[in-house]
Ligand binder design. Structure first.
Ligand SMILES: [Zn+2]
Length: 322
């Protein structure tokens, strides 16, 4: 279904049809265009929503945004408890939630006026459901059964702190959500509740690499790649990015997180950092931070607070300067 005015372009929503009950995996932004597509799909398949449940791979708005619009009182919505807590937080304490996010990003050198511009257009904020919905928690190993599908939940934190994939081992079908995407790389940002998210993400990639998978059904874009090959590419991608960050700090020790992001290599049509759409700059800084946190945990980088802003040094330079 379409995700208008968003670089992701579309969301892949999957429907598993059973004799008794059906399962929809992920919904879409709370936007009329996405809703129209989802409703058209429900109609085309003749789904009775009274006999249809919904599985959410994670709490992002492009996956959970439409739940209240299509769910019936008889539907069960599945979601991990960890992402449910984040969802509740962003729905119940939105102002406080975004104030804390803003504080964290300003501490990384994000210019305040630019941050505000980013946030007014932030789809993660704008396209969440208007109301909450009840959900049933799933955890690693939780089993669900729909039609011919015997599904197992696979705990894959990284993209969000409580991301969960679904795996039908007998048929070799893997619903990867946003854990593995084929033609774009999932955004790995810094989370207050998941220190060193990149390490978690890499562990979650290694965890699934050798699963006997025939078909990988992703949350966005293409879904005809080979899982093990893509996992290897994603790990190599992050290793390159870590090396990129290390080189930047060797050349320019003492940059803040925003400045590090501005120096990194990005695969984007923008000519340079100034040309980045504000929303993409926000994702880029989050990505820079997750890589900096990983390097700090490895003892390769140190964070020093100067005038309330975090600055980063390669460990050697840092020791000399202190
Ligand atoms: Zn997504």
């Amino acid at each position: 279904m379409s995700l208008p005015r968003n670089p992701l372009k579309s969301l892949n929503s999957y429907v598993l049809i059973g004799a008794d009950r059906n399962l929809i995996v992920d919904t879409g932004f709370n936007l009329p265009e996405s809703l129209q597509d989802l409703r058209a799909g429900i109609e085309e398949l003749g789904l009775d929503m009274k006999r249809t449940d919904i599985f959410l791979t994670h709490f992002h708005a492009d996956h959970c945004g439409l739940v209240p619009k299509v769910v019936s009182p008889d539907s069960v919505v599945y979601m991990s408890a960890v992402d449910r807590d984040l969802f509740d937080d962003v729905m119940d304490n939105a102002d406080n939630f975004w104030v804390l996010v803003e504080r964290r990003f300003l501490n990384e050198g994000y210019p305040k006026n630019e941050f505000e511009r980013t946030q007014t257009a932030n789809p993660a904020k704008k396209y969440l459901p208007e109301v909450k919905f009840t959900s049933v928690p799933v955890a690693d190993g939780t089993r669900l059964s729909y039609g011919n599908f015997r599904l197992e939940c696979v705990w894959t934190p990284g993209h969000t702190p409580g991301h969960v994939c679904l795996f039908d081992k007998d048929q070799g079908i893997f619903f990867s959500g946003d854990h593995v995407l084929f033609d774009i790389t999932p955004n790995i940002t810094a989370w207050a509740t998941l220190p060193n998210s990149l390490q978690h993400y890499m562990n979650s990639l290694l965890r699934i690499r050798d699963c006997p998978v025939r078909v990988t059904l992703t949350g966005h874009r293409e879904n005809d790649g080979v899982l093990s090959e893509r996992v290897a590419q994603l790990i190599a991608h992050h290793k390159n990015r870590l090396a990129n960050v290390e080189r930047i700090l060797e050349d320019q020790p003492g940059l803040n997180g925003y400045e590090v992001a501005s120096c990194m290599n990005w695969d984007i049509r923008a000519k340079n950092w100034a040309d980045f759409p504000p929303g993409q700059r926000w994702f880029a800084v989050g990505e820079a931070l997750s890589h900096l946190n990983y390097l700090i945990d490895q003892g390769k980088v140190k964070r020093i607070v100067k005038n309330g802003v975090h600055t980063y040094f390669p460990v050697k330079t840092c020791e000399c300067e202190i």
